[in-house]
Design a binder for this molecule. Sequence first.
Ligand SMILES: *[C@@H]1O[C@H](CO)[C@@H](O)[C@H](O)[C@H]1NC(C)=O
Ligand SMILES: *[C@@H]1O[C@H](CO)[C@@H](O)[C@H](O)[C@H]1NC(C)=O
Ligand SMILES: *[C@@H]1O[C@H](CO)[C@@H](O)[C@H](O)[C@H]1NC(C)=O
Ligand SMILES: *[C@@H]1O[C@H](CO)[C@@H](O)[C@H](O)[C@H]1NC(C)=O
Ligand SMILES: *[C@@H]1O[C@H](CO)[C@@H](O)[C@H](O)[C@H]1NC(C)=O
Length: 362
Amino acid sequence: MASFAKAAFILATALAVGWALSAHAQEYNEYDPSAVTPGSIPNFPFRNCNTTNGAYRLAPVWRPSGSNTYCFKIQVSQDALSCTGACCSADLHKIEFNVSSSCLVAGASVVATVNGVRTRVGAALDKAPAGPVGSAVLRLTQLGLDTTTAQDAEVCLTLKTNRGGQGCTTLEQLCSSPGFPAGTCTAAMFDVACDCCPVSQAGQALPPPPPVIPPVLRPCDVCIAATIVPPANDVRPYRYDSATCAAIQQNIANAMNSLLGGANINVFSPFAPNASQCFDTQIITCGRFNGSDTDALANLTEAVQQQLSAFIGVASGGNVCNPKLEKYTVTVSTINNVADQCLDLSQSASCFLPGVPFPNCT
Ligand SMILES: *[C@@H]1O[C@H](CO)[C@@H](O)[C@H](O)[C@H]1NC(C)=O
Ligand SMILES: *[C@@H]1O[C@H](CO)[C@@H](O)[C@H](O)[C@H]1NC(C)=O
Ligand SMILES: *[C@@H]1O[C@H](CO)[C@@H](O)[C@H](O)[C@H]1NC(C)=O
Ligand SMILES: *[C@@H]1O[C@H](CO)[C@@H](O)[C@H](O)[C@H]1NC(C)=O
Ligand SMILES: *[C@@H]1O[C@H](CO)[C@@H](O)[C@H](O)[C@H]1NC(C)=O
């Protein structure tokens, strides 16, 4: 009994192999699922053929052509790197794309054209019988192209859903090319005997590189204004004279230039004394620098902020409690270009000396 079963099995196997061989001999071209062992060829194109030898390949980039249509160019190369022997001159009979089996939806279809003419045989989405479970191909067959007519031929695919709107409409969905960017399609180009099947990829055109925007130059025109505000009852008026103004400007300029250096900011025009910016109750000191680096500008702002009370001291002739400035308010603030508030800071102080009644009456 057991040996009979074994003999029957061997016979059946021998028949199957014989059949498969004869099928191959007459070219297992359009798949006969019974002729191959499912899962026997793990890799696309799921056939025994030479994937590196052949004259036909996809141009590296496909182009979208409206309403779910995508076009590929065929390139013919017969150099030694592309092919050898018969594979170099064989005609292009068939193209197969490695596709996602999720696009195999009843009623969904693909229309293929070559140079605008529909292929004689309709494009077919199919399982790959010899491939692993879940492998699928899109087959364009009986193309009848040769090494002359295939050069730059344009193959367009229009992806159509079924009436229920199910099916794939983009190459991102259709094409399976692990390790490549989404939308990259892998195709094998077959000769009639399916011996040569050079595999190539075509991907989505990269988006144009973003225009190189030159860093916007943000020139900062900034002045430090020191202002003394006399009290309402200005019994002992104090006004800046030109020597005091020049000294205070020099002091503030030195400090500002050093803060700019500390913040690594490129100075276009250093802070400097300017006699025409001296007024009775206000002293202005200006400079111009590069405010393009917002980080550096933030650091400068922080550093200047920390210096404001020192500037108030400078503007007060050493100390806001300078008796000459009794009841005066001293303000140090920044003045910017109207358009650009590069440094927006302000601080005030006053000194009200403790009342010393009749100091001379002791
Ligand atoms: C495929 O063809 C190339 C020549 O282009 C050859 O070197 C290689 O051995 C072939 N591979 C197989 C598996 O036949
Ligand atoms: C072909 O697609 C399958 C999924 O169906 C994938 O596993 C395989 O890596 C793909 N092969 C190539 C060469 O892209
Ligand atoms: C001094 O300030 C005046 C008034 O703002 C300005 O026109 C002039 O260019 C400045 N001089 C210098 C040397 O910066
Ligand atoms: C201004 O600063 C930016 C940012 O640091 C820099 O790219 C640019 O070259 C500077 N421009 C000048 C004229 O210094
Ligand atoms: C700003 O200051 C921080 C902390 O001191 C420093 O790490 C950073 O490099 C500075 N940024 C610039 C642009 O100088």
